[in-house]
Design a protein around this ligand. Structure first.
Ligand SMILES: [Zn+2]
Length: 233
């Protein structure tokens, strides 16, 4: 099959996993911090806050994992079907496929002779990989594993969720909300920084945006928790 540089593939894979992990942790921080802050707005009962937080942690982690499993599975099925069709076309009509590849490179700006030479050499090297990349934008050796993606989302969401949960569990009543909000701000600044670093985006803007999103979420649930707590209590 393909003869890619193994190091490039590992790096690219690792980057994707890392990015998904940071996003999962970010979700865990925002949703759990908002949840426990919201419940803390309604009650000072530590057990109630922790039960809600733990239930939220498992609900969120399971929902992330199953969502990720479903989406990666269907993406992989779709990519496999496209690759199978491409493989068939390459077997049935190699001349047309070579011409098609040549036209793709002409459309990208190569002159006819160069495009023909590029298409010929790529086809000779690995026809399926060449078509998969140019036509379908798929790496046939780099299809994502749905189970791996599901477990990674579960673990990263849980890791993120444990931080606000620990903050609210180990802080005395009067300080619960401010300490949890502060812990969420610090960790959201960190996940914002890391995800911006991974994607090459502006770090300061990503950190501010990420923290602001978390603050809005926590502010809204705290307001709702306080209102509900007052009207029930
Ligand atoms: Zn093709």
């Amino acid at each position: 099959m393909a003869h890619h540089e193994p190091h490039d593939e590992v790096t690219g894979d690792r980057m994707n996993w890392l990015r998904a992990g940071v996003l999962g942790a970010n979700d865990g921080i925002v949703s759990t911090a908002s949840l426990v802050v919201g419940v803390a707005g309604a009650t000072t009962d530590r057990t109630q806050i922790l039960v809600a937080g733990l239930a939220g942690l498992f609900a969120g982690a399971m929902s992330m994992a199953s969502g990720e499993y479903v989406s990666v599975s269907s993406q992989r099925d779709a990519e496999r079907a496209l690759l199978a069709r491409e493989r068939r076309e390459l077997a049935d009509a190699p001349e047309e496929e070579l011409e098609e590849l040549k036209e793709i490179y002409e459309d990208k700006g190569l002159d006819e002779a160069t495009a023909g030479e590029v298409a010929r050499q790529l086809t000779e090297h690995d026809a399926l990989a060449a078509h998969a990349e140019a036509e379908l934008h798929i790496d046939p050796d780099g299809l994502t594993d749905p189970w791996g993606a599901a477990v990674a989302s579960f673990l990263s969401f849980t890791a993120g969720a444990l931080l606000p949960l620990a903050a609210i569990a180990f802080t005395p009543t009067g300080l619960r909300v401010p300490v949890t909000v502060a812990a969420a701000i610090l960790t959201l600044a960190l996940t914002g920084f890391v995800s911006a670093k991974l994607s090459g985006a502006n770090r300061r803007r990503a950190m501010i945006r990420n923290v602001a999103g978390g603050l809005v979420a926590m502010g809204v649930t705290y307001a709702i928790g306080s209102l509900v707590g007052q009207s029930i209590g």
